[in-house]
Structure formats: C-alpha cells, structure tokens
Design a protein around this ligand. Sequence first.
Ligand code: HEC
Length: 260
Amino acid sequence: MKNFFKFFVFFKIFLLFSFNLIAAEQSNKLLDPGWSFKGFFGKFDRAQLQRGYQVYTEVCAACHSMKYLSYRNLSQQGGPEFSEQQAKIIASQFEVTDGPNNDGEMFTRPARLSDKFVGPYPNDQAATAANGGAYPPDMSVLVKARKGGADYIYSVLMGYEDPPSDITLDDGVYYNKYMPGNKIKMSKPLMEGAVEYVDGTASSEEQMSKDVVAFLAWAAEPHLEARHKIGFRAMIYLFIITILVYFSMKKLWSRIESKV
Ligand code: HEC
C-alpha cells in the first residue's frame, strides 16, 4: 500500500513536469507581455479594457466585426465597465437598420444598448471582396478560437518584419513572424500614436497591442472573473472538507488501533 502511494505521488509529479514542458515548448515562440487576467487570481484591468475598446473601435473595426457583442456588454460587470450613460452614447454613434415600419419600409435609427455591435460590412462576402480576397475574421471569440490565444494575437500584431531575402511577397501580402505560414493579408494595423488615448496613456505599439488584446480576451470570455472567483471558493471548500475528513477518519480508526 505504501509503495503504491509513493508510486502515485511520483507519477503525479512526473505528469505535472511533463505537462509544463509541453506547454513551455508550445508557447516558447509566442510573445507574452504578462497579462493581468492570466492565472488563478487573474482579473481584467478596467482602464486597459476601456483603452482596448478605443483601439478596437478606432482601428480594427474598420475591417473586423464583433457581432456577438452588444453595446450593453460595455457597461456589464467584469468588463470595461463604462457607465450605462457612456455605453448609450457609444451605441448612439452607430446606425442600425430596423423595421419594417407601418408603411412596410425599412429604416435606420441610432443603435441602442440591446443592439449587437455594428460591423463594417453588410456580409462576409463584402468583407472578403474589400480585403483583396482575405476575410477579416470576426473578433468576438477570436482569442478562444486561435491556438495560443491572447499571446498569439499579441504576437501577430507585433510580428511584422521585413521578409527574409529568399521570400517574395505578392501585392497586399505581408510578412509576419507569428502568422502560420508567415504570410498575412492584413497590413500592419497599429503604428505608434494610431489612437490618442482618452486617459492620456502614451500610445506605443506595445501598449495599443496589449490593450486591444486584453479587450478581445474579455470579449471571448466575459465571465472569466466570475469563473476565477468560483474556482477559488471551490478550493477553500475542498480544503475544509479535506481537514474534516482527516479528523473524522482519525477518530474512527482510533478505536481499532487501540485494540491492537
Ligand atoms: C484594413 C483592414 C484591417 C484592419 C484595419 C485590421 N485588420 Fe486584422 N485582418 C484583416 C484581414 C483581411 C485579415 C485576414 C488576413 C489573412 O487571412 O491573411 C486579418 C487578420 C487578422 C488576424 C489574424 C487572425 C488569424 O487568422 O489568425 C488578427 C489577429 C487580426 N487581424 C487582428 C487585428 C487587430 C487587433 C486589428 C486592430 C488593431 C486589426 N486586425 C485591424 C484586415 C484588417
């Protein structure tokens, strides 16, 4: 029995190490700027999410939709937490098609909190046609959809380089160190100073990339903070149960041991 227990502990340690090694090998190449939302106690940084929304809406939204997000999500707890008034103002700057009205006509009106984010193109084909045959993927859950997640998106944004001399690129194709195949049909979207942050933060390339990726990470997993909280409570619960079980076991067996 003792040997079995020893083996079990050893086996667990072995598993832990090998998983870590595999994980390290895979993420080795991607850039990791250090995310506030990673790890057991990870939380989003509100100011960062608000800046990230600014980058998305001023730069990325020219091509990428986020059709699963509603304007009301912007004021939701655990997110960028704009006030409801601010979210209303943001929504009202976009136009949506509604209707038909009593005359059977479709009409446009300013967006409301309940509306989904207005995309740049009427449909996927229009988006593809406008971007030289490459579809700019919807960014609602992109962080979850791509291997490497936030690190990958951040790396793509920071990974534009001059191509090595043995690679020739067609028009509208750019060299990117982290894109699979190293070729991407999106020109480098973020140059220093591309946005002027409302909160006065200096808009370096790293800063904007980090902020927008944090925003995308939240969009892909809006309940991350709640999940972490529940996980923490579950751990405390298990800890207490373990202690209780230990002492009740001791009590139960104490009678038997004393007879020997
Ligand atoms: C001018 C249009 C345009 C703008 C602006 C733009 N993108 Fe793109 N993006 C594209 C297109 C087109 C693709 C598809 C490229 C391909 O498949 O080769 C793409 C692809 C991507 C990818 C790669 C996804 C994958 O398939 O792995 C990421 C990440 C990305 N964009 C992020 C962003 C972010 C973040 C911004 C804002 C800072 C942004 N893009 C701004 C057009 C744009």
